[in-house]
Design a protein around this ligand. Sequence first.
Ligand SMILES: [Zn+2]
Length: 258
Amino acid sequence: MKTCFVSIDVEHDFTLPSHSREIKQFQGIKNLDKILDVFKKGGVSATLFITGEVLEKYSDKVKKWAEDYEIASHGFSHKFWNTLNVDERRKELRGYEKLYENVFDGMPNGFRSPSHLIDEQAIELLRYQGYLYDSSVVPHYPFFKKYRGYKKRAPLSPYYPSVDDCRKQGNVNILEIPTTGQIFGIPLAGAWIAKLPIWFYEILFKISCPHFITLSCHSWDILKPSFLEKLEAILILLEKKDYKFLNGIQVFNEYKKV
Ligand SMILES: [Zn+2]
């Protein structure tokens, strides 16, 4: 059996050209149940990395989602962490944790940085705050594309990062669950799934079935035509290839230090 970590970043309609960046829109949130229905049909466990803004604005919806899915942190405001100093980062985390505590009690277990911008100082902060896992490192990416979250290669399976380099194996006590794509770093991610034909992924999985991969979507992927049908087809393909679908805390339990 191989592992597929499934997640949705639940946030304002980020990067959609049709939406003004001045006023945040949340069409994806209002339609998220459509993605979750596809997951339910396939018996898929998943983590929802939710921003504090969404948790605050739609707490009743998030409570309902929490009955079936793990709720983890995607930062409070979706500000990029490469533009924040340590105090601002701490404020992002604590603001979120306070809100989470009011809604659910306790602490979120996992974190994903907006646009996967992560560094050693951020990892140390997360460890200090008591997070069990981070899922921000992009360990590989296609050579023909640029992505602000990809810095350099990293382990393709969950690992404990090094204090000097969060993209290397080490002893910092927080599990890094990298967002591992198919071969050549081709991501199983919303925008790619919506654009690429299913036969393309079928060929990739014929070439290689990595023992660990991640399937990541965004709340606003639902606004892309034919996304849902493609998502369903990918889940069926992965199931055929003997992948089990886990959320973050399940992956943590599978890969944690013993
Ligand atoms: Zn995001």
